[in-house]
Design a binder for this molecule. Structure first.
Ligand SMILES: Nc1nc2c(ncn2[C@@H]2O[C@H](COP(=O)(O)OP(=O)(O)OP(=O)(O)O)[C@@H](O)[C@H]2O)c(=O)[nH]1
Ligand SMILES: [Mg+2]
Length: 263
């Protein structure tokens, strides 16, 4: 990834954090530790803003497990809650957490997180029927029309632009952190790592998601390609690149059963 892109990402994040009182760090409840960013958390602390860790997609994880994760974060001194944005579960809990963390009222909230963690879904879930009303940021001159505030509650304003954490790390780390297949030079090695990781935690995952009984990652990719009729035109070999992209996308969409347990 070009250095300039990473720099721009972090400076955008800093700007968004600076303009808010409370920052939501949205993590994937299936793998909270793999989708949090210490660098983001340090930046929020440095800038003296309040952090709330939001474990989203909790519908994909047993409740007892997600509650264990929340306890782990709270034991370490963080504010943490869990929700399932697309199901509109936990929005009331989130509003309450925001009010409790608010240093002053009205309070401005920013939503940050790695790609695909559900930032937009959270903004939409919170906007709900109040979505039409927007208002300018109080006392913030020079603020352009590019970023607006939504009033999501009497005393809660939310930045409409989510802060996307730049994706860094190895191939599999990038996938876990929401990098799309197009952002990977070759989707096959990270997809194979992802399949291995999923199988370690849920041995029947690919049977459940695709009806495939294979347990060898490359075989799983080949079988997906064959089932869907994806072949190289020249060699008639299964087009595993396309299958790898499918597995990565389906993982992001939560179509493959998987979650990590604490410890
Ligand atoms: N099962 C489940 N899926 C969710 C939930 N929230 C979001 N998703 C899905 O996760 C994917 C990403 O959601 P978005 O809200 O677009 O995530 P985002 O963080 O805004 O993504 P980017 O804008 O790409 O950074 C979509 O396929 C959503 O439907 C949730 O609570 N449960
Ligand atoms: Mg989004």
């Amino acid at each position: 990834m070009p250095y300039r892109f990473i720099l721009a990402g972090w400076s955008d994040l800093r700007r968004i954090i600076t303009r808010s009182d409370i920052v939501l760090e949205v993590v994937d409840a299936r793998n909270p530790m793999g989708t949090r960013s210490r660098r983001l958390e340090r930046m929020i602390e440095e800038l003296g803003r309040e952090l709330i860790i939001v474990l989203n997609k909790s519908d994909l994880v047993p409740r007892s497990i997600v509650e264990e994760w929340v306890d782990i974060f709270r034991d370490r001194g963080y504010r943490a809650i869990y929700i399932a944005a697309t199901k509109h579960w936990g929005t009331r809990v989130l509003r309450r957490a925001i009010r409790e963390a608010a240093p002053t009222l009205p309070v401005i909230v920013a939503v940050t997180g790695y790609p695909k963690t559900g930032k937009s879904s959270i903004i939409n879930a919170l906007k709900g029927r109040h979505s039409a009303s927007t208002s300018p940021i109080p006392g913030s001159p020079g603020y352009t029309h590019h970023v607006q505030l939504y009033r999501i509650d009497k005393n809660i304003l939310m930045l409409d632009t989510p802060g996307v954490i730049p994706v860094e790390g190895s191939g599999i780390e990038k996938v876990i952190r929401g990098a799309s297949p197009e952002q990977l030079s070759d989707p096959v090695p990270p997809a194979i790592e992802l399949i291995k990781l999923i199988l370690r935690h849920v041995p029947t995952a690919f049977r459940q998601a695709y009806g495939i009984r294979e347990t060898e990652p490359l075989k799983i990719l080949e079988t997906i390609a064959v089932k869907r009729g994806w072949y190289y035109r020249t060699t008639r070999e299964p087009l595993i690149e396309e299958a790898a992209r499918t597995v990565i996308r389906d993982y992001h969409k939560g179509k493959i059963p998987f979650y990590i347990k604490p410890f």
